[in-house]
Write a protein that binds this ligand. Structure first.
Ligand SMILES: [Ca+2]
Ligand SMILES: [Ca+2]
Length: 308
């Protein structure tokens, strides 16, 4: 499984990004193997006086992204206290005087009106979709807690008296979707990871592990990717561990947990939401945790995101 990486710096206006051109890459198609979506990179210019912020890229829930920001800007009233001359801020929220020396951090007196309370004025902040604003700073890497457009803004309470701009480069990794069959012990190969590469997996779906599955659970129970077991009526039952732990892919994890391995490395628990760094280079393989797979049924859907 070869993933193409076509990094291209493009100064695409926010309007273009917000229109969904970048987001049009999602979602990848489901299948027994993965379908990759090329990584992307976009650079936008943020105006410090725009409280609504600047839309950048569309992110899927759990998708990895990074933001690096440069530039200088000013936040108007309050900016000159204890700082010489016409001060300016950098994206990490540091304040500098006219000679470039770092001044004390500045927090707007009206914290109820700043976008992110506790973050200094001038810090780059972001939000995803209609989610809450959070601190980004000069260099940020994380997984999107929900789907939506990543919007970036200048942290302040009153934006109308601000000036200057920051340039933000947003990188979104490649992504893929895979279907994990509960009855396939070998698992399904997904994306190729390099040692040290950051990746995330979000999973959904329901499956059954056959023999032993009905123990202390009503009807024909099913499992979720986090290994939780549920009765026919949806009631959660106790986790189930196969009596033969030696045959289980990850002995410490309940039956039904989504598990993975990289290359010929050991199996490890993935669950519903996972983010980690590849300890070695190789294909990320995903499977259903059990000892005997032949009597299983159902599938999980896994969305994988990587950020080289
Ligand atoms: Ca201001
Ligand atoms: Ca089984």
């Amino acid at each position: 499984m070869v993933r193409t990486r076509q990094w291209g710096i493009s100064a695409i206006a926010a309007a273009v990004a917000a229109s969904g051109l970048l987001g049009a890459a999602s979602p990848a198609t489901a299948g027994t193997s993965s379908s990759d979506v090329t990584a992307s990179e976009v650079t936008v210019t943020m105006q410090a006086n725009g409280r609504a912020g600047m839309g950048t890229v569309a992110l899927a829930a759990g998708e990895l992204f990074s933001v690096t920001t440069t530039g200088s800007a000013k936040f108007g009233i309050g900016g000159t206290d204890t700082c010489v001359g016409t001060l300016w801020t950098t994206p990490d929220g540091a304040r500098h005087d006219k000679d470039g020396a770092v001044c004390d951090e500045f927090h707007a007196p009206n914290q109820n009106a700043v976008l992110v309370r506790g973050a200094t004025n001038g810090t780059v902040v972001g939000k995803i979709g209609d989610g809450p604003w959070f601190s980004i700073g000069a260099d940020y890497t994380g997984a999107a807690p929900q789907a939506g457009i990543l919007t970036l803004a200048y942290n302040d309470d009153v934006h109308s008296d601000n000036s200057g701009t920051y340039n933000a480069t947003v990188r979104v990794g490649a992504r893929a979707q895979a279907t994990v069959f509960a009855n396939f012990r070998m698992g399904v190969g997904t994306v190729s990871l390099e040692a040290g590469e950051l990746f995330s997996v979000t999973a959904s779906g329901s499956a059954k592990f056959g023999f032993g599955g009905t123990d202390t659970c009503a009807g024909t129970p099913w499992t979720a990717p986090d290994g939780s077991r549920h009765g026919d009526d949806g009631t959660r039952c106790a986790d189930f561990h196969s009596p033969n732990p030696n045959g289980v892919l990850v002995p410490g994890a309940p039956n039904g947990t989504l598990v993975g391995k990289i290359g010929d490395g050991p199996w490890f628990a993935i669950g519903t939401d996972y983010i980690g760094t590849a300890p070695r280079t190789g294909i990320l393989t995903l499977a259903y945790n059990d000892d005997s797979h032949d009597d299983n049924s159902g599938t999980y859907t896994a969305n994988i995101s990587t950020l080289p």
